[in-house]
Write a protein that binds this ligand. Structure first.
Ligand code: UD2
Length: 310
């Protein structure tokens, strides 16, 4: 069996990935500074070694890579919020781009025998271009520090593959939701905010009229995609949308929550949030050709998410 390094592993997506990785690897090294994640998100397993460190601690990262020589590297650590990136562009750049570049370069310079590196990017790279669905070849229009760093780092990751022979792959996550998405964070995705409101009988602030649409993907399907891309040899030096290929409006989602909880959500109506895109939808045919099949429609995914919050 193999070993894996997951940066950002104590976060929402990372911890869901690690739940599966402990079943198929000997050792999972987790680097997380707990700025967003929680150590308690990690499953209990003696295969996990947790380091409470930032990926910007270069001497630590270098020593870890050289000492541990992981087989698989998942680069999930990030300033994960667009709004946060607008408040802190330089720090975002240091974390979202420079620290990842340092990891790539440490692997290159020291000729480490890493079998594959996966970098997590975002649908944010498509920006406000209205063309739908988004295909990986759709023009990118990164409009925020978050999106600019995600796109530039994708290019570094892919070109480290092309130029230096590292085996690399990138993913563009759409609107991911599910267990351990932290509803307390103001930067959290809308589904966790709705969950929080409905469970605690609080108001939910709806920006706009609810007709905006998103491609909401359950975290279990995201994990399926990450594992598939890591083990598929042809998925190399390339980028893949990770989504469901189906859009839901917020009005639809609110109905799903109300049906599942037998409660009515108290809505506070606000004008559309500035900078929001109206609609988002992924074309997932590239990933589907590798065998990816999302298992959770929103009704199923929201039910599992609500169950996890009990
Ligand atoms: C998501 C990502 C963002 C970026 C972007 C790319 C999250 C949290 N954000 O932003 O990082 O990748 O996609 O396009 O995953 N809304 C409300 N009330 C609220 C919060 C949100 O009505 O309290 C609306 C919001 O105005 C928007 C929709 O819900 O129309 C989705 O908002 P979001 O923040 O969950 O995600 P999005 O797609 O704007």
């Amino acid at each position: 069996m193999a070993t894996a390094l997951v940066t950002g592993g104590a976060g929402f997506i990372g911890s869901n990935l690690i739940e599966e990785l402990v079943k198929i690897t000997d050792k999972v090294m987790v680097v997380d500074d707990l700025s967003m994640g929680l150590e308690s998100n990690l499953p209990v397993s003696d295969k996990i070694i947790f380091y409470e460190k930032s990926i910007t601690d270069y001497s630590f990262m270098k020593r870890l890579l050289l000492d541990e020589r992981p087989d698989y590297v998942y680069l999930l650590a990030a300033v994960a919020s667009v709004a946060d990136s607008i408040d802190r562009p330089l720090e975002t750049h240091e974390i979202n781009q420079n620290a990842n570049l340092f990891i790539l370069d440490t692997i290159r310079v020291n000729k480490l025998p890493v079998k594959k590196i996966l970098f997590s990017s975002s649908a944010a790279v498509y920006g406000d271009d209205p063309t739908l669905p988004k295909v990986e070849t759709t023009m990118v229009r990164p409009l925020t520090p978050y999106a600019i760093d995600k796109f530039a780092t994708e290019r570094f990751v892919i070109d480290y593959g092309n130029l230096y022979g590292l085996n690399t792959v990138c993913v563009r996550f759409f609107n991911v939701y599910g267990p351990r998405q932290n509803p307390k964070s103001p930067y959290s995705g809308v589904l966790s905010l709705i969950s929080n409101a409905i469970i605690n009988d609080k108001q939910f602030t709806l920006f706009g009229d609810g007709s905006q649409t998103r491609d909401f993907v359950f975290v279990g399907d995201v994990v399926q995609a990450l594992l598939l891309l890591m083990k598929t040899p042809s998925a190399s030096h390339d980028v893949y949308n990770v989504a469901t290929g189906t859009a839901s409006s917020l009005a639809d989602i609110i109905q799903v929550f109300e049906k599942l909880t037998h409660k009515k959500i108290a809505l506070k109506l606000q004008p559309p949030r500035s900078g929001d895109i109206k609609d988002s939808l992924a074309d997932i045919s590239k990933l589907s050709k590798l065998g990816y099949q999302p298992q959770f429609d929103v009704e199923h995914g929201v039910a599992v998410y609500l169950e996890s919050l009990k």
